[in-house]
Ligand binder design. Structure first.
Ligand code: ZN
Length: 504
């Protein structure tokens, strides 16, 4: 079928050109967050708006729909997991979503997203939920319209979740998260009742920034971040950004009086970057060479940050290095005391400061509240009270005000509804992948204790990174681990680690 091949190549060239433009956008975005002088902001916004317009125009050109129509039913599309089949499937998905949304709704969502963030920032500063409520009500209404325009398999929330976790169903996420809740709430309560707490002052000591930076570079390289194809810089809000097939950059922030922030932040961002660096460069910008979902992306960062970086075996290898870097703060601290301090579990009010175990409860209650808001079971003015009820029920705590309660996260103000679930999906995917890697590779702990991380990284690259978007996240989990997503591996991991620490 020479015609089909020519059509496919034309589409591939078109999407490669779009990838060139979006990588330039990312480059400008990276520069804006890392280097741009304050007075350069206005012109930078013009540059980025121009590029966004160019990308949008190319993504919605009508000939794409015709070309995809020609390819449907051809051999190239027959196997949805093949490079060509996955490309055609994903291009069609993206194109359909673009043309289904009325331009007026897209513009209104963009406008209210910017405005919502401004209103939210002030409302949080003033601890004034009532000032934020009207625009949040409007955002929810627009998200309902978005869901209705896109269509959905079972419920409106599916359409919003699909933006971040393509193909995932609300009912499936609810199934896994409710299983998690049933076991996690009692686990957190047992830990609180154990009477044991680590001495966390050990990680709140002087940690000179120059040594932290050197150590951060060393550990990122050690786990497999390729500095020939990436950089590590400093920013206020850490992130990872892919700027091309051989250019993936991460950032961190240093706190001279707190060890965990930069060290685990770098492991986290390096985990994201190792995923990007493990994609197939020859398919860059095309579905077989792109990351599959936010949940899978987050699984790669959480895996290195928590499953590896907070394991005792990792610290058997790394603790002497860290003690040498910070002799005045850690030379006299035994490994076990340090290991307990970095695995402190205690209920808290602020999501971004939460530990590995309680973090998922913060996500769970947001996931439930979002659905209630979207369904109309909960009105925006009643949201702060519902928030407090759930914090009391799941974490045994109640915020003293809305600034440290319902106003703490930026996501809803920008219209990102359906996003939070991907954080917990990331933790769940990470544990399930890690348990499988441990079986396949035969005892990861012994390898970590010897400072060997390449076998795990190679396994992840082969099983997950190089698969691109050839499978959905749900299919990928099932292919790699032989089972659908489950809460059991995460609970098993937490019990195995926290049990001995807290005497459970
Ligand atoms: Zn992340």
């Amino acid at each position: 079928m020479p015609n089909a091949h020519a059509t496919f190549d034309r589409l591939a060239d078109h999407y490669r050109q779009i990838a060139l433009l979006t990588s330039i956008e990312s480059m400008l975005g990276w520069d804006e967050r890392c280097l741009l002088p304050p007075a350069g902001g206005d012109y930078r916004a013009e540059q980025m708006t121009l590029l966004a317009g160019m990308v949008h125009k190319r993504l919605t050109e009508p000939w794409i729909g015709d070309a995809l129509g020609e390819l449907a039913g051809t051999d190239l599309a027959a196997d949805p997991a093949s490079n060509t089949g996955a490309s055609i499937r994903q291009w069609k998905r993206q194109y359909d979503r673009k043309v289904k949304l009325p331009q007026s709704l897209v513009e209104e969502l963009a406008r209210i997203g910017v405005l919502g963030q401004q209103v939210w920032e002030k409302a949080r500063r003033d601890d004034d939920f009532a000032a934020f409520a009207p625009i949040l009500t409007k955002i929810i209404e627009l998200k309902r319209q978005q869901a209705d325009a896109l269509g959905y398999p079972e419920c409106r929330y599916d359409a919003l979740l699909d933006d971040f976790e393509p193909g995932e169903l609300t009912s499936n996420v609810a199934r896994v998260l409710s299983g998690l809740r049933a076991e996690l709430v009692p686990l957190v309560a047992e830990i609180a009742a154990s009477g044991r707490t680590p001495d966390v002052s050990l990680v709140h000591r002087p940690f000179p920034v120059a040594q932290q930076a050197a150590l951060g570079h060393e550990v990122a390289a050690k786990i497999g971040f390729d500095f020939a194809r990436g950089r590590l810089d400093t920013t206020a809000h850490p992130f990872c950004s892919g700027l091309g097939p051989h250019d993936c950059r991460i950032t961190t922030r240093y706190d001279a009086a707190y060890f965990n922030s930069a060290f685990f932040g770098i492991l986290h961002e390096a985990g994201h970057a190792i995923y990007e660096q493990g994609l197939r460069p020859d398919w860059y910008g095309l579905p077989p060479g792109e990351t599959v979902s936010l949940g899978i992306h987050e699984s790669q960062s959480r895996l290195w940050e928590n499953l590896v970086g907070r394991s005792r075996a990792f610290w058997q290898h790394f603790y002497p290095v860290v003690q040498t870097a910070f002799p005045q703060s850690l030379a006299a601290v035994p490994l076990d005391a340090f290991y307990f301090a970095i695995n402190d579990v205690r209920p808290s009010l602020i999501r971004v400061e939460a530990d590995e175990a309680t973090y998922n409860l913060h996500i769970l209650l947001r996931f439930e509240l979002e659905q209630d808001l979207l369904n109309g079971d909960l009105s925006v003015p009643d949201l702060p009270a519902a928030w407090r009820d759930k914090y009391r029920e799941y974490l045994g705590l109640e915020p003293a005000n809305d600034a440290e309660g319902v106003l703490q996260d930026i996501h809803w103000s920008g219209g990102a509804i359906g996003y939070f679930a991907t954080y917990s999906l990331g933790n769940l995917f990470a544990s399930q992948f890690f348990a499988q890697a441990n079986r396949d590779l035969g005892g990861l702990a012994a390898q970590f204790a010897r400072g060997e991380f390449a076998p795990l990284r190679t396994w992840l690259a082969e099983k997950i990174h190089s698969q691109g978007q050839c499978y959905t996240a749900a299919q990928l989990v099932e292919r790699v681990t032989g089972k659908p997503l489950s809460h059991a591996p995460l609970i098993a991991h937490l019990r195995e680690k926290l049990g001995p620490l807290y005497g459970l």
